[in-house]
Write a protein that binds this ligand. Structure first.
Ligand code: 5AD
Length: 365
């Protein structure tokens, strides 16, 4: 049975940290929810929408993303930016261009900025850090980054510069699948990075890819369990899209309906999470984005990367689904909601995990 909205199953924070796991009954409702179709599916999505409303009202967070560089030292087999994709024109934006985007073309609905790049410590140090130092002084925007697994000291430097949110996905919580997909480093190291970020006071958002080739229901449920154990502030699910220029390019695209079931299960099992609607949902179907907002998602992202470089920031395919402010506002309205006036980081910080600010120099081995 799907838990009624309001009967929160989100106990991880109350317990002040990590969770032991799930009672069998809870695993069972998720298994049937993940496979729901027909009326059961409609009621699953509606319950998730109600759970979102109970916690966040009808407000959807709006984050602007600037993709600052597409160099990547990783070689994930699903991702078009993998280092072995020689077909990609690699770029790092000039600092001046990033400043111009922020200074001149920030849509009014944006309360948050996210700096995203492949795993490229040069871009982190030379572009992202100095720009964040400049803009954080104004304290106008919530600042987050999605820059991969890097040295702990760089996390600390980013935080000192003023970043507060770190987006770092697991993709899968199954160690063997993680290894086969050539995800960054090892699952253990990725988890260790997430735990470090949480411990040092970041609002951490993670995520998974749904519908990866040969993914089993057990792997999916195990991944959801692991994500729930991490004291996260948010979590996303991307439908698997066979990426151009990747070893998985001829695999099957994930099923949209089932991916929406995952969105709903994330919301029902962790009502406090900030759950983004990802633009890849619109690659499955043009209704995907709005439907995710109606299945419990509560964050929308506007792409602010200058058009000249967008095509080269190729996670899936060159012709991306670019979410402009106009598209986002329309989707939010179609979902019966309004843009939030508050940053997702400010909202998440009102439920702080048991964080202590421990500098890397004192906590890393
Ligand atoms: N399908 C779905 N999501 C993908 N990502 C990258 N490649 C794919 C793909 N083929 C997502 C992953 C990654 C983020 C940068 O984009 O979640 O962490």
């Amino acid at each position: 049975m799907i838990p009624a909205a309001g009967k929160s199953t989100d106990v991880s924070r109350e317990r002040g940290g990590e969770e032991e796991g799930f009672a069998p009954a809870e695993r069972d409702w998720r298994r049937s929810a993940l496979a729901a179709s027909g009326d059961a599916q409609v009621s699953l999505w509606a319950s998730a929408e109600t759970a979102r409303e109970e916690r966040f009202g009808k407000r959807i967070f709006v984050r602007g993303v600037i993709e600052v560089a597409n160099f990547c030292r990783q070689n994930c087999s699903y991702c078009g930016m993998r280092r072995e994709n020689g077909a990609l024109r690699r770029f790092r934006l000039a600092r001046e261009i990033i400043r111009r985007v922020i200074g001149e073309s920030l849509p009014p609905s944006v309360t948050d900025l996210n700096f995203q790049a492949g795993e490229d410590p040069v871009a982190l140090k030379e572009l992202v850090l100095p720009v964040i130092e400049e803009i954080a002084k104004e304290k106008r925007l919530g600042i987050s980054v999605c820059l991969g697994t890097v040295d702990h000291r760089l996390y600390d430097e980013l935080r000192q510069a003023g970043a507060r949110g770190y987006i770092i996905k697991l993709e899968t919580g199954d160690p063997e699948q993680y290894r086969l997909l050539q995800c960054p480093g090892t699952l253990e190291r990725r988890l260790e990075a997430i735990r470090y970020l949480v411990r040092t006071g970041w609002c951490v958002s993670s995520g998974l890819i749904h519908g990866l080739p040969n993914q089993t229901l057990d792997q999916l449920v195990g991944t959801l369990d692991l994500l729930r154990s991490l004291s996260l502030s948010g979590c996303s699910v991307s439908p698997f899209i066979p990426g151009e220029g990747t070893p998985l390019s001829s695999e099957k695209t994930a099923d949209l309906e089932q991916t929406l079931n995952v969105v709903a299960v994330l919301r029902l099992s962790s009502p406090r999470w900030v759950i983004p609607a990802v633009s890849a949902l619109n690659l499955c179907d043009s209704s995907g984005y709005v439907r995710a907002l109606r299945a419990g998602a509560n964050l929308a992202t506007i792409n602010l990367t200058p058009s000249e470089w967008r095509g080269d920031y190729q996670l899936y395919r060159r012709n991306r689904c670019i979410m402009t402010e106009e598209r986002i506002l329309q989707a939010i309205e179609q979902a019966g909601c309004q843009p939030s006036l508050e940053s997702w980081i400010a909202a998440s910080s009102s439920f702080p995990p048991s964080a202590s600010l421990v500098p890397a120099s004192r906590s890393s081995p």
